[in-house]
Design a protein around this ligand. Structure first.
Ligand SMILES: NC(=O)C1=CN([C@@H]2O[C@H](COP(=O)(O)OP(=O)(O)OC[C@H]3O[C@@H](n4cnc5c(N)ncnc54)[C@H](OP(=O)(O)O)[C@@H]3O)[C@@H](O)[C@H]2O)C=CC1
Ligand SMILES: O=C(O)[C@H](O)CO
Length: 493
């Protein structure tokens, strides 16, 4: 595959490449360019040159290109589904679901055509007005993760482009092929030269250079909190606007009156979707003591039935790479060293044939985990969950909110008063009550504390890509009097 700079598909300027491995088999899937600083400079220059005509085009014309991209992606959606399985190891059902989300998000943002509004505010006198209207930032750098590599790319490209920004996309080095496929479709849909540039390469090598480049107006990144903090530091060199969607540590709360089947189905979704590699994955399980034994016996029994292996036919696929798999092994070893009880899983499954060397880990449940343990405080980002009994609402709120992260949370109860009270007291950007996720295109995906800055999705999300300008006008045609100067100086001029 190639990178795309100034309307041309090309190798990196020094010809260097990196390997992309298939997480289901451990084999090299493809190579991709390791972009250089010269490549980044060329992309920035191209995006800068393209900005005036692109931002002048208007939302109706820009939306036509997004609608065309929806059409082209829909026509070839099978290719993207297969790529997600090849590149991430996504099971078939989830690959289909992610492509549904890709189409939904582009459509959702394209529909903001002719709907970006401003205000006219009265000035300090009858013939003065303040015209407030929204303008694009300029060059947007979009940096995306590997876990939902198609959905995360379009969740940044679509609003950034619809609002008249030009874009430089740098995808995760674990999923360059998916991003390349989507960029191809946007180019095919008619994105003009320079409006969308696509560079690949290790974030640890070119990321800092991209983010603190003097031409960058806005950086939107989804990924780990540690990387987000680094980006925040680098972006300060030019005070680029930030949209950072970072780590999560979702509490999954099952109250004594919960609909148990509904809670169990939602928990299997929230814990094992994308092998638990999701920022809104259930990471801490709190169950009311009255139903603990009954709920846990069902949860363990269902987890034991989950199949791992061939993504085309299994319930749970592989972790994204060797390091992620090693992290799961370490997490379980730490739990064992701490004396916690492993109720199921805790091992790498013994797979034969082509999946023998895949990065698979058995779905794992660990019992009676202390609130202050690493298992409950640090992000796992895999198919492991710890459990804890709770008894009162105050304990529920205290433990749920005891996290450096604050993205998604889940509560299952039939008590409307508890639903309303929890909506106030649980301090997370998202609370799912009696349902699973994920976030909707019309929802605002945001979080408290170390989860990040700003947010994506909804009318609030598209406005993150627009700066509100203020133009003050005096059209009185009267002599100007300024109360803080000596106006007589201007007599008889
Ligand atoms: N809140 C949310 O919506 C989401 C949060 N996440 C979080 O991200 C983590 C897993 O995703 P993962 O992709 O590994 O996250 P990373 O933070 O490792 O990478 C995210 C992106 O940042 C790039 N990057 C790395 N270093 C830099 C740098 N110095 N400057 C600029 N860019 C850089 C990466 O490139 P490269 O791949 O080349 O290193 C990648 O494209 C988890 O913590 C998860 O919670 C993930 C998805 C969604
Ligand atoms: O990036 C993610 O993990 C998504 O926001 C979860 O839906």
């Amino acid at each position: 595959m190639k990178i795309y700079i100034d309307g041309t598909w090309k190798e990196s300027s020094n010809g260097n490449t990196l390997n992309k491995y298939n997480p289901s088999t451990g084999e090299v899937l493809d190579t991709f360019p390791a972009a250089t600083k010269d490549d980044i400079d060329a992309a920035m220059d191209s995006a800068e040159s393209a900005f005036p005509s692109w931002s002048d085009m208007g939302t109706q014309e820009r939306a036509k290109i997004l609608y065309k991209a929806v059409e082209l992606i829909s026509q070839k959606r099978g290719e993207l589904e297969n790529l997600l399985t090849l590149e991430v190891g996504k099971i078939k059902r989830e690959a289909i679901d992610e492509v549904d989300g890709v189409i939904d998000q582009i459509q959702y943002y394209a529909e903001f055509e002719r709907k970006l509004t401003g205000d006219i505010v009265e000035g300090s006198s009858s013939k003065r007005k303040i015209f407030q209207y929204k303008v694009p930032y300029g060059i947007v750098v979009a940096i995306t993760p590997w876990n939902f590599p198609a959905a995360m790319v379009v969740r940044k490209l679509a609003p950034a482009l619809l609002t008249g920004n030009t874009v430089i996309l740098k995808p995760s080095s674990d999923t360059p092929l998916t991003a390349n496929w989507i960029v191809n479709k946007f180019i095919e849909a008619g994105i003009p030269k320079g409006v969308l540039n696509f560079v690949t390469g290790r974030g640890s090598e070119i990321g800092d250079y991209i983010v603190n480049h003097k031409k960058v107006g806005l950086v939107t990144m989804t990924g780990s909190t540690s990387t987000g903090q680094k980006i925040m530091q680098n972006a300060s060199s030019n005070m680029a606007k930030l949209i950072l969607e970072l780590g999560g540590k979702a509490p999954f709360i099952v109250w004594k009156d919960a609909d148990m089947i509904r809670a169990l189905k939602s928990l299997i979704w929230a814990k094992y979707l994308n092998v638990g590699q999701s920022c809104i994955a259930a990471e801490r399980l709190y169950i009311h003591e009255d139903i603990y034994d009954k709920f846990m016996s069902k949860f363990v029994a269902i987890t034991k039935k989950l199949t791992t292996g061939d993504p085309d036919t299994s319930d749970v696929g592989p972790l994204i790479n060797k390091n992620a798999l090693a992290g799961m092994v370490q997490t379980v070893n730490n739990a064992k060293d701490s004396g916690y009880k492993i109720l199921t899983g805790g091992n790498t499954p013994d797979l034969q044939g082509k999946y023998k060397n895949g990065y698979f880990f058995a779905p794992t449940i660990i019992e009676n985990v202390p609130q202050d343990s690493g298992l409950f405080q640090d992000e796992i980002f895999g198919p492991i969950i710890g459990t804890e009994k709770i008894s009162g609402v105050d304990e529920m709120y205290r433990k749920a909110n005891d996290s450096k992260f604050g993205l998604a949370s889940y509560l299952f109860t039939e008590d409307p008063e508890l639903m309303l009270e929890a909506s106030e007291k649980i301090r997370f950007g998202e609370l799912y009550i009696n349902m699973p996720g994920p976030e909707a295109s019309q929802g605002y995906h945001t979080g408290f504390r170390m989860t990040g800055q700003a947010g994506e999705g909804s009318k609030y999300g598209i406005n993150e890509y627009l700066k509100l300008k203020n133009v003050y006008v005096d059209y009185s045609k009267k002599a100007l009097y300024i109360n803080t100067i000596n106006n007589s100086l201007f007599d008889n001029l």
